[in-house]
Design a protein around this ligand. Structure first.
Ligand code: NAI
Length: 247
């Protein structure tokens, strides 16, 4: 159980982040949602979370902007207290073959998925060190482990998240803080709904478990990694992909 813990979930308004926020709340954690999308949507999720009997705070924050990140983290601390569990979930895609991918497409995806994850960790790093406990969970992707045509920017950003995860795990291990990455496969969210559905259907044929994942499949692992039971797991990258990418 996560009673008395405070979890911050980036991109928690919808999709996987929303499912993680609700799952952690169902285990007793208070939840802060930072999302660059509509505040109304974040507030809706926060309201659902309050319905589970815990506290929830939502604010608009673009994680690529360090000033916004530090201001939002200060607001979260003011509203709920410190952060015990940081879930770096916010992410975007701008899929194109590398031939057609613009430098701006590359920068935009690296900026949210990789730099944003770093900035969130940076903003909470000193707090985590002082508290001598904590959990950092980064949402990577199997795309970062195996590559994916059309995702040069995205797969590079997610591979970067894996490297970042391992480095932070090493830096903070002596303070009893774990840092792990989850690598989802194909999960039913607004992100995959906007992909080419024929290509998606084709890819799903090679998933051994023969279905796309649900946001809850990812949230269940996040809840475990956030729990005391996962205290001896750090620097790991764990797939939630129906067996799609077996190493
Ligand atoms: P989504 O697009 O449904 O939700 C992403 C959320 O992040 C949105 O609420 C959006 O407003 C927010 N966001 C985007 N840019 C932001 C920024 N600069 N600052 C703050 N918030 C921002 O996506 P989904 O599918 O729920 O993905 C969540 C995470 O899981 C992402 O990191 C994604 O790369 C990863 N993932 C998703 C997979 C899938 O099949 N859906 C597979 C593997 C990884």
């Amino acid at each position: 159980m996560l009673n008395g813990k405070i979890a911050l979930v980036t991109g928690g308004a919808r999709g996987i982040g929303r499912a993680i926020a609700l799952k952690l709340a169902s285990q007793g954690a208070d939840i802060a949602i930072l999302d660059a999308g509509s505040l109304e949507l974040s507030e809706q999720t926060a309201e659902e979370i309050r319905g589970l009997g815990v506290r929830a705070f939502a604010a608009r924050c673009d994680i690529t902007d360090y000033d916004q990140v530090t201001a939002a983290v200060a607001q979260v601390k003011e509203a709920l207290g410190g952060v015990d569990i940081l879930v770096n979930n916010a992410g975007i895609t701008r899929d194109k073959l590398a031939l057609r991918m613009t430098p701006e497409d590359f920068d935009a995806v690296l900026s949210v998925n990789l730099k944003g994850t770093f900035l969130m960790i940076k903003a909470l790093y000193a707090d985590f060190m002082r508290r001598r406990s904590g959990r950092i969970i980064n949402i990577a992707s199997i795309s970062g482990l195996m590559g994916n045509a059309g995702q040069a920017n995205y797969s590079a950003s997610k591979a970067g998240v894996v490297g970042l995860t391992k480095t932070i795990a090493r830096e903070l291990a002596s303070r009893n803080i774990t840092c792990n990455a989850i690598a989802p496969g194909f999960i039913e969210t607004p992100m995959t709904a906007s992909m080419n559905q024929d290509a998606l259907e084709e890819a799903c044929k090679s998933i051994p478990l023969r279905r796309m994942g649900k946001p809850e499949d990812v949230a269940n692992l996040a809840a475990f990694l956030a729990s005391d039971d996962a205290g001896y797991i750090t620097g790991s990258v764990i797939n939630v992909d129906g067996g799609f990418f077996m190493r």
